[in-house]
Design a protein around this ligand. Structure first.
Ligand code: SF4
Ligand code: SF4
Ligand code: FES
Length: 362
C-alpha cells in the first residue's frame, strides 16, 4: 500500500493506483475529459491536472501513479484557473451549429464548460471549420467541429469493439480523428456499434437517428431481446416514444458496450407494421373451410383466446390426420430461456415430435 496526502487528507491506496483514482476513493472529483474508466489512460486533455508538492509543473492525475509520501492539491486557485483556460482553448476551436441551451442532453464537455463559468454560445468559435454530418454512416453522426481530440473514439473502437476504425490524423491545430485511411466509416470496417458515440464526451459523434429528438422524459432500463447475451441499456422515452438508446456502465453483462442491433435497432417497437394483436385468416374464423375467394384469406385481427383456439384446433387436426411429425415448431431468440424450454416440452411431449428449431441457427 502507498501512503499519500490529497488536499491534506491521509490516503492509503494500492501501488499502481493513479492519483485520479486515489482522489475518487477519498470522495474528491477531479474534472476529466479524455479519461474513461473502460479505456486505457491517454493523458491528452490536461483537465485532470493537479499540483504535486516538489514538482515544477501541474501533472495529469489520470496517468500519474501514486508515490509514497506524495502531497497532492487538486483544486488550488492556479489549477482551477488552468482548467478554465484549457476549456477556453477547446471552445476557441469548437462550434455547435445546432446549439440550443437546455434543449438537449448536455454533454460531459458542455457540463464542464458551464461549471467553469463559460457561456457555451458566447465562447464557441463563430463558424464551423469542418463539414457537419461528414460521414455517410446511417447511424453515426459525425461533426468534428465539436471534437476536442480526446481520442476516446479511437480507444473505444479499438479496445471495446476491436475494430480499429478511428485514428488521429494531422498535427497541432489540425489534429482530428479519421476513419481508416481518411475514408468513410463503413469503408474502414465500421460495424456501426455506436461505441465511439457512447464514449465521445462532446457530441462530435452522435446518434443520427436521434438528432433533434431533444431530451427524454424518462429512462427505462431494459434487457435487449435480440439475442441471448442479455445486454442491458436505457430506452430514452419522450412523449411515450423511444427517442434513443443509451448504454450504461451499470449493465452487468455488457457495460457501455452494445452491438448495432441493441443500440440502433429499436424502431420496430413502434413500427406501424408491428403486430400488437393476433391475426387469423378469415376462413379459419368462419369454420375452417378453405375458399377460393381471396377475402377468405385476409388476416383478421382477433382476441388471443380466439387465435389460440384456432391454432390448437388446427394443430390437433393436423396431428390426427397426418401424424405428429408433419408438424414443426420454430422458436425465437427473442424468447426467454424459460419460454424456449416450454416450447421444447410442447413440441416433444404435447405434440410428440422432435421437429423443433430456433431462429438463432438461421
Ligand atoms: S460505430 Fe463501432 S465499429 Fe464503427 S467506428 Fe464506432 S466504435 Fe468503431
Ligand atoms: S470525436 Fe469525440 S471521442 Fe473522438 S476525439 Fe473527438 S471529442 Fe474525442
Ligand atoms: S483526463 Fe487526464 S489528461 Fe485528460
Amino acid at each position: 500500500m502507498i501512503n499519500l496526502k490529497i488536499n491534506g487528507q491521509d490516503v492509503q491506496v494500492p501501488e499502481g493506483t493513479t492519483v485520479l483514482k486515489a482522489a475518487e476513493q477519498t470522495g474528491v472529483t477531479i474534472p476529466t475529459l479524455c479519461e474513461h474508466a473502460d479505456l486505457h489512460p491517454y493523458g491528452g486533455c490536461r483537465m485532470c491536472v493537479v499540483d504535486v508538492k516538489g514538482w515544477r509543473t501541474p501533472m495529469a492525475s489520470c496517468t500519474m501513479p501514486v508515490n509514497e509520501g506524495m502531497e497532492v492539491e487538486t483544486h488550488s486557485p492556479a489549477i482551477e484557473k488552468s482548467r478554465k483556460t484549457i476549456l477556453e482553448l477547446f471552445m476557441s476551436n469548437y462550434h455547435d451549429s445546432n446549439y440550443e441551451n437546455g434543449q438537449k442532453e448536455e454533454t460531459q464537455f458542455i457540463r464542464w464548460v458551464k461549471h467553469y463559468g463559460l457561456d457555451p454560445q458566447a465562447s464557441m468559435a463563430p463558424i464551423p471549420r469542418q463539414q457537419v454530418n461528414s460521414d455517410a454512416n446511417p447511424f453515426v453522426w459525425v461533426d468534428l467541429n465539436k471534437c476536442i481530440q480526446c481520442t476516446r473514439c479511437v480507444r473505444a473502437c479499438a479496445e471495446v469493439q476491436g475494430r480499429f476504425v478511428w485514428s488521429m490524423a494531422e498535427r497541432g491545430f489540425d489534429t482530428h480523428p479519421v476513419a481508416g485511411a481518411d475514408t468513410d466509416m463503413l469503408d474502414a470496417r465500421c460495424e456501426s456499434c455506436g461505441a465511439c458515440v457512447a464514449y465521445c464526451p462532446t457530441g462530435a459523434l452522435d446518434n443520427k437517428m436521434s438528432m433533434g429528438a431533444g431530451k427524454p422524459d424518462k429512462l427505462v432500463r431494459t434487457t435487449c431481446t435480440y439475442c441471448g447475451v442479455g445486454c442491458q441499456f436505457d430506452f430514452n422515452v419522450k412523449d411515450g416514444k423511444i427517442i434513443r438508446v443509451t448504454s450504461t456502465e451499470e449493465a452487468p453483462v455488457n457495460g457501455n458496450h452494445l452491438c448495432v442491433k441493441g443500440r440502433y435497432g429499436y424502431d420496430f417497437v413502434q413500427h406501424p407494421d408491428r403486430l400488437s394483436k393476433p391475426k387469423v385468416r378469415r376462413y379459419l374464423l368462419e369454420g375452417g373451410e378453405k375458399s377460393h375467394h381471396t377475402s377468405a384469406w385476409d388476416w383478421v385481427e382477433t382476441e388471443w383466446d380466439t387465435a389460440l383456439d384456432v391454432a390448437a384446433k388446427k394443430l390437433h387436426s393436423t396431428r390426427m390426420e397426418h401424424g405428429a411429425d408433419k408438424i414443426g415448431v420454430l422458436t425465437s431468440a427473442k424468447c426467454l430461456n424459460e419460454e424456449n424450454y416450454l416450447m421444447n416440452k410442447f413440441a416433444r411431449q404435447v405434440i410428440g415430435t422432435n421437429n423443433i428449431d430456433h431462429c438463432a441457427r438461421l
